[in-house]
Design a binder for this molecule. Structure first.
Ligand code: PEP
Ligand code: MG
Length: 583
């Protein structure tokens, strides 16, 4: 048995799967600049120039976005930063020093720009003194970009990455290197880094508090993403236990593969549309392999992370058209950019509460050009009539109407340009802010579909940060207020005639599925890899029993009672179905 040994740490089960691999510790040290000796100056110069180019691209975009909202003062800062990046004397000096001193490029960059800063600080002009501080950001940006590249190239072998915290962008890097598992001190289950790990099919355990102090580089580590457990330097019995589990999972995978062509339909004939969430472009093949009936959520901000920068209309058009063609005749729901929150804005807006700040539709309405670029690209890609457009973070009817007006504006432009698109393109909204849930009946009059985003809905309804491990016990998907709010959205939405999907992570929780179907959801959208599991549960479920279960849960007053009821239902009706998944 693996229990009761002191090499086991318990955290939150963020992405299922098991991995046994040596550790790569990704700590703050990686960001520290040290004067490392190098042997290959050409390679270092290449690294420098790539980082400069990347920083330039990032800054230009930031500059465009910053002017309107953050005022000319802030925009001027970015201009100053761009000037530094394009200063031939500075760059030549850095290049010469790399060649001559044979020290790491990040060290030389740091040293040279610090000298610049010192000169400014010593200046008698207060304007220059202030600017010296602003230059810190560009220095950090270049150093970070050099280091990131190095980090990626260093991870060659199969490793479990252990880090204090990872951003969604860090997780995207995992798709490019061979990371087997990941473990973090901080972060919650619905943080975007965890969601991306699920998309990538990388077992992950988050919220371990102090894993980075207990684990050393090169330790052997087992990551058990089913139970949120990690095992440091396992003994023989622990290794053989987990090897056996990996084998059982392989058998399970082939059992589930046989369901691919079967419908997601309950025993008594209720059909549920089973869709996939797409976080990374590479996942598209996984979507098809796993038998999804379409894509219920394209997180476009995530695709853009892969490109480092927001692509222009033409490039976006090609991406969306590619999705539409690959999925045809199945549907693809493209969500317009949802940046902000933990998906960091490309501009340094320094918000005290980013999750309550400039996020999703708020950012888009303030950056109309960017919004229109995306809408035009979506419209242009819609000729096969299988694309839907979805708007995130709606909290008022005005935001819906303003967005619809902008969509109309784009349609008029395209008509004038003789560009064809789907005139009946369906527009829907995410229901993920409590005000939208309350107003479901009215909002249903405005749009064609709802997609319930429980990741945010729960955090906003219960006032519990979705990414904070300290309070993760309060982030309760079975809180009675959550269950009743879901019921309200579904019943009121249906009165208004909209189709209702859920694309939050709650939909992928096997224990939650009978309740969600009992509440009357039409469709469910989850990470592609979760689809076969869900299909098996649905195909073994009786809708009339699920309906009764939901009805019973709506009367309960505590999370504990609801969880108990659902667990009991699962154990008595569906235990066989989850065999080999949890144990
Ligand atoms: C949600 O909030 O549930 C959702 C699906 O959107 P995201 O996780 O991207 O915020
Ligand atoms: Mg959301």
């Amino acid at each position: 048995m693996i229990e009761n040994k002191n090499n086991i740490l318990q955290g939150l089960a963020a992405a299922p799967g098991i991995s046994i691999a040596p550790v790569h510790l990704f700590t703050k040290e990686e960001i520290k600049v040290v004067a490392e000796d190098i042997t290959d100056a050409d390679e270092a110069l290449k690294s420098l120039h790539q980082a400069l180019e990347k920083s330039r691209k990032e800054l230009r975009k930031v500059f465009d976005l910053a002017v309107d909202k953050l005022g000319t003062n802030r925009a001027a800062i970015f201009e100053a930063q761009l000037m530094i990046l394009e200063d031939p004397i500075l760059i030549e000096q850095i290049e010469n020093r790399i060649r001559k001193e044979l020290k790491s490029p990040e060290y030389i960059v740091d040293d040279e720009i610090s000298k610049y800063q010192q000169l400014m600080r010593n200046s008698s002009e207060s304007y220059l003194k202030e600017r010296s501080h602003d230059i810190e950001d560009i220095k950090q940006r270049i150093v970070r970009n050099i280091k990131k590249r190095k980090w990626i190239s260093r991870i060659k072998d199969d490793v479990n990455v252990v880090a204090p915290l990872l951003t969604p962008a860090d997780s995207v890097l995992f798709s490019r290197v061979n990371v087997k598992g990941y473990v973090t001190d901080h972060g919650g289950l619905t943080s975007h880094a965890a969601i991306v790990a699920r998309s990538l099919n990388i077992p992950a355990v988050v919220g371990l508090h102090d894993a980075t102090t207990k684990i050393k580089e090169g330790d052997l580590l087992i990551v058990d993403g089913f139970h949120g457990r990690i095992i440091i330097n396992p003994d023989e019995s622990q290794i053989s236990y987990y090897k056996e589990r990996i084998q059982k999972l392989t058998v399970l995978d082939s059992e589930l593969a046989s369901l691919k062509e079967m419908p997601a339909q309950t025993i008594d004939g209720k059909k549920i549309k089973l869709l996939a969430n797409l976080d990374l472009q590479d996942e598209i093949d996984l979507v098809m392999q796993n038998g999804a009936e379409g894509i219920g959520l394209v997180r476009t901000e995530q695709i853009f992370q892969e490109h480092d920068i927001f692509p222009e209309e033409e490039e976006q058009f090609k991406i969306y058209q590619g999705l539409s063609e690959k999925l045809f005749p199945n549907e693809v729901t493209i969500r317009t950019l949802d940046i902000g929150g933990d998906k960091v804005l490309p501009v340094d807006a320094q918000e005290p509460n980013p999750f309550l700040g400039w996020r999703g539709i708020r950012f888009l309405l303030d950056n109309k050009k960017l919004f229109k670029n995306q809408i035009r690209a979506i419209l242009r890609a819609s000729n096969h009539r299988n694309i839907k457009l979805m708007i995130p973070m709606i909290s008022s009817i005005k935001e819906i109407r303003d967005s619809k007006n902008i969509i109309e504006e784009c349609k008029t432009e395209l008509r004038n340009e003789n560009i064809q698109f789907d005139e009946d393109l369906k527009i829907g909204i995410m229901i993920e802010v409590p005000s939208a849930a309350v107003m479901a009946r009215d909002y249903a009059e405005e749009v064609s579909f709802f997609s319930i985003g429980t990741n945010d809905l729960i955090q906003y309804l219960l006032a519990v940060d979705r990414g904070n491990d300290i309070i993760s016990n309060l982030y309760q998907e079975f809180h009675p207020a959550v269950v009743r709010t879901l019921n309200h959205i579904i019943t009121e939405g249906k009165k208004g005639g909209v189709e209702i999907t859920m694309c939050g992570e709650m939909a992928a929780d096997l224990i939650a599925v009978p309740l969600l179907i009992g509440l009357g959801l039409d469709a469910i959208s989850v990470s592609p890899s979760a689809i076969p599991f869900l299909k098996r549960v649905i195909r073994n479920l009786d809708y009339s029993e699920a309906y009764k279960l939901a009805d019973d849960c709506l009367k309960l007053k505590t999370e504990y009672e609801i969880k108990n009821k659902l667990n009991h239902f699962f154990e008595s009706k569906l235990l066989d179905v989850t065999k080999n998944i949890f144990n």
